[in-house]
Design a protein around this ligand. Structure first.
Ligand SMILES: *Cc1c(COP(=O)(O)O)cnc(C)c1O
Length: 401
């Protein structure tokens, strides 16, 4: 049967693979050889499940959004990853990776971060597991995301600002890879999304797949069948989307709608819509769609949402788009802000700016009245309230008396 999951060589169609410097070859190969065996042990499974339950707060609720359903003419369920400890889905992945690191005998953790969400999720599990943690973050992001920098420091992580390039996420990732090259034997690199060299995209997708595992059980309980008509999620690197679709991806009855960040417009030159604007290239160890100039220089991604601001895309999602298994919509900054206000006013849920891109996509799909739609709210919007208030002019709301 045709599968959209990774093949035994680490590819999703023509995307993926492991393009790493010689010095990292043995380290990545060692991870590839061990990860499935460790993930499948009962010991790992039990520890991981217990932490997801008692520490993260899973299962996250599947909430029937009545007023939004009325507005969009469907049955809309929200998968509430915003209610997790640390406020987003990222912790599902960092808990799993640090358990794996420990089982592999690693003693030091490094990570890259853009907005700081993955940095906080990594620093959190390092505090929990008493592991030293270095987080690389672009100097510009360190300045822009000071609250998350302070959270990481309070959690005991060392934040190293990166001044090369544009001093943002891509440069922080380069620096993390450089660190890894210098300390391949004792250091585990916790990557924050379904990106990087094989086996990372598959590892992260498996760890996030708890989302779709729960959706199956929760739908069965609520509507008596375990699949929806549509799944919807936002994509930066692709991890919350991968987790949302994982157990459904080979079942073509279930439609998949992905929302990427259009920024000021997918063709405006100020965008993070990699699937629309990118072309084949190699970024951070994988062959995938990349936003680049004609001579292969990476073009900086632009979006109002720091978590979607990445010039690449996970190989799994590049393939889902190429094979037309997923419909990919580009959502602009103003559409995301409007959608966030709408969810806030109709359901009393302030979503992360990233998640707001998925909500905005509801307006671009023609649903049938019986359609069951599950949309993942990847994170909460506390971190974005300033941005929302500063951009209220993008909506036509007036303040309620
Ligand atoms: C980081 C982040 C994203 C984007 O990352 P993916 O790997 O594409 O899921 C989306 N939503 C929130 C809340 C995030 O913090």
């Amino acid at each position: 049967m045709k599968s959209y999951l990774v093949d035994d060589k680490g590819f999703y169609g023509e995307y993926g693979g492991a393009y790493v410097p010689e010095i990292l070859y043995a380290t990545v190969e060692n991870l590839r050889k061990q990860y499935l065996d460790i993930l499948e042990t009962k010991e790992f499974q039990d520890e991981y499940a217990a932490l997801l339950r008692d520490y993260v707060g899973r299962p996250s609720p599947l909430y029937y959004a009545r007023r939004m359903s009325e507005k969009y003419g469907c049955h809309l369920y929200l998968k509430r990853e915003d209610l997790n400890h640390t406020g987003a889905h990222k912790i599902n992945n960092t808990i799993g990776q640090i358990l794996l690191a420990k089982k592999m005998g690693k003693t030091r953790i490094i990570a890259e971060t853009g907005a700081g969400q993955h940095g906080v999720a990594t620093a959190t599990v390092c505090a929990l597991m008493d592991m030293p943690c270095v987080v690389y973050q672009g100097a510009l992001d360190v300045e822009r995301q000071s609250t998350n920098v302070e959270r990481m420091k309070m959690l005991g992580a060392e934040v190293r600002p990166v001044t090369s390039g544009n001093a943002t996420l891509k440069d922080a990732t380069n620096e993390a890879i450089r660190d890894w090259c210098c300390h391949p034997s004792d250091t585990f690199y916790i990557i924050g999304s379904t990106v990087g060299p094989h086996p990372y995209p598959d590892l992260v997708a498996r760890l996030q797949s708890v989302i779709s595992k729960e959706i199956k059980e929760q739908l069965m309980e609520k509507i008596g069948r375990d699949y929806p008509d549509y799944l919807m999620a936002c994509v930066g690197g692709g991890s919350n989307a991968a987790g949302t679709v994982y157990h459904y991806v080979d079942d073509e009855h279930v439609g998949i709608i992905l929302a990427e960040a259009g920024g000021k417009g997918a063709d405006s030159g100020h965008t993070a819509a990699t699937i629309h604007a990118g072309s084949m290239g190699i970024l951070h160890g994988a062959r995938t769609l990349v936003m680049q100039t004609a001579d292969g220089q990476i073009v900086e991604a632009e979006s109002i949402s720091a978590g979607l601001d990445y010039p690449g895309i996970g190989p799994m999602h590049a393939n889902l788009a190429k094979q037309r298994r997923a419909t990919v919509l580009s959502i602009n900054d103003d559409e995301a802000v409007r959608a966030a206000y709408e969810l806030t006013r109709l359901e009393g849920i302030i979503p992360a700016l990233e998640s707001a891109h998925a909500i905005a996509a509801l307006d671009k799909v023609r649903f049938k009245p019986d359609d069951v739609v599950v949309l993942t709210v990847s994170g909460r919007g506390d971190k974005d309230v300033e941005t929302y208030l500063a951009n209220k002019n993008m909506t036509n709301l007036t303040t309620r008396p």
